[in-house]
Design a protein around this ligand. Structure first.
Ligand code: NAI
Length: 478
């Protein structure tokens, strides 16, 4: 009998109601939710439970952004009449604090799994015929598990650009970024997506000279144009150079060991460090053995339907390994859908078009639903409302007035604003303010309905309330 709720030696065969491969947000959520529904659960993880998000992604990225925010706030202390002298960083302490946050959360998720009696196998799992998962233990031992149900949650890894392979010191990706031993004097960030903008914002606030190189005509693909403009203005003000429509063609080592990044157009950029953040690819190699009907697409994603069912009955796949938004909270939601489905509860799938997005660069970005351009492309007649934080009392108190809230609603035949299609925010703490907008969009609420809700005064969320209220044709401050 295996020890329950602890790291099990991978030597025995066992039958479980649910076997999960991968212990990131998708996998551990499936395990926890399944166990809370009374299933006996095995979780196979070759590294540490928590996955990319906890150990090499969301959590360390946000922790470093908070360190950057402390620097920014300290620099503006004089505005409040507080005289501070900012001397230097203790980088060892910066790294230590980041690791403490990770370790605390790691203990938390490990404790939850233990508390729910999930048996964790430390090894690499692969699925074969008849729901049999073979585990090659990290200690070389093997085990065979059989699940009445199986969830595949093998995650993703950073995409590389040929010629820019990460070396851990001068060319970094989103894994090695967190192991930097000091703040570089200058950095080129390749890719202006969520990760690129978060890294660029962090580095700039910590004192690096940053250049973002983005192949597309604009950074932050998927964001509303008005939101992107605010981010661009802020980046420019803080000295971050953004070059769009620029492809990188190669990188050379200069005599002083700095890197010279060659571009398809214009002068090369010289920098201490290159950070590659050009998306993530699913990790599915070696996941399947002979005999399973699960299908993997040419791009490496596990093929699933709306409720995360694979082509093999009784096998689901969730998280970054499937072709849905690569967000931890989407993986959580997909895991719940998969478990409900195996319990016969006929869940609705996750509507990818309406999930909440939160990008934690400074200024923060948060949105749910369609951008103005996407709504028009989808054939909607739209009414929009845009209000700036400069007019918000709490933002004035904070001294953080950069940013706006933009609401996109469907236009009714009489010209008035009807159902909310999208809520887009950029500015102070908007990642914490999106909830009301997310609910409104997903409830398909109308402007009239949402305008009835109160927002506390003074608060940043009043800007959302004011923006909606003004779409009724009447307003207070907006
Ligand atoms: P991304 O797909 O969001 O952005 C990558 C960017 O790199 C794109 O704008 C793309 O046009 C550009 N690019 C691709 N190849 C290039 C090249 N050779 N030269 C210059 N630019 C190039 O991917 P990102 O930012 O790496 O994030 C990966 C995933 O992680 C995303 O799907 C994102 O959803 C998720 N994520 C979300 C976060 C959040 O919501 N706060 C934070 C971090 C990651």
């Amino acid at each position: 009998m295996l020890p329950v709720g602890s790291i099990a030696p991978v030597t025995e065969q066992q039958q479980f109601d649910l076997v999960v491969i991968g212990g990131g947000p998708g996998g551990y959520a499936a395990a926890l939710y399944g166990a809370s529904a009374g299933l006996s659960v095995a979780l196979v993880e070759k590294d540490k439970v928590g996955g990319t998000c906890l150990h090499r992604g969301c959590i360390p990225a946000k922790e470093l952004l908070e360190t950057a925010a402390v620097v920014r706030i300290a620099k503006s202390a004089g505005d409040f009449g507080i005289e501070l002298e900012l001397k230097s960083f203790n980088w060892a302490r910066v790294a230590e604090r980041k690791q403490q946050v990770i370790d605390t959360l790691f203990k938390g998720v490990s404790g939850l799994l233990k508390g729910r009696k999930v048996t964790v196998f430390a090894g690499t799992g692969s699925l074969g015929a008849d729901h049999v998962v073979e585990v090659v233990g990290n200690d070389g031992e093997q085990a065979t598990l059989k699940g009445t149900h199986v969830v595949l949650a093998s995650g993703s890894s950073p995409r590389n650009i040929p010629g820019f392979e990460p070396d851990g010191s001068r060319i970094l990706n989103s894994d090695s970024f967190f192991d930097m031993s000091a703040v570089p004097r200058s950095a080129v960030v390749i890719g202006g997506g969520a990760i690129g903008c978060e890294f660029a914002s962090t580095l700039s606030d910590l004192g690096s000279q940053v250049t973002i190189l983005e192949a597309l005509p604009k950074i932050l693909p998927g964001c509303d144009g008005d939101v992107t403009r605010v981010v661009l203005q802020s980046f420019k003000k803080r000295g971050i150079e953004v070059r769009t429509g620029t492809a990188v063609t190669g990188v050379q080592v200069a005599d002083d060991h700095s890197r010279v990044v060659q571009l398809s157009e214009g002068d090369p950029v010289v920098c201490d460090v290159v950070v590659v953040s050009v998306g993530r690819v699913p990790v599915t190699e070696g996941l399947l053995r002979e005999g399973t009907a699960v299908n993997i697409t040419d791009r490496g994603h596990i093929e699933v339907d709306d409720t995360c069912r694979t082509a093999e009955p009784g096998v689901w796949a969730v998280g970054d390994a499937i072709n849905t938004p690569q967000l931890a909270h989407v993986a959580f939601a997909e895991a719940i859908v998969a478990v409900k489905d195996m319990l016969g509860e006929s869940p609705a799938g996750v509507d990818a078009a309406k999930v909440p997005w939160a990008i934690y660069c400074h200024p923060e970005v948060a949105f749910a639903g369609l951008s103005e351009d996407a709504a028009k492309e989808a054939g909607y007649q739209v009414v929009t409302s845009k209000h700036r934080f400069a007019g918000n009392s709490r933002a004035q108190v904070l001294g953080e007035t950069e940013g706006l809230v933009k609401i996109i609603a469907e236009q009714r035949p009489d010209g008035t604003a009807g159902t909310l299609l999208g809520v887009h925010m950029v500015g102070p703490w908007v990642t914490e303010q999106l909830a009301a907008g997310y609910l409104a969009v997903n409830w398909e609420a109308t402007v009239d309905e949402v305008a009835e809700f109160l927002q506390p005064h003074p608060s940043l969320t009043e800007l959302f309330g004011e923006s909606v209220l003004s779409m009724t044709g009447r307003s207070l401050h907006g």
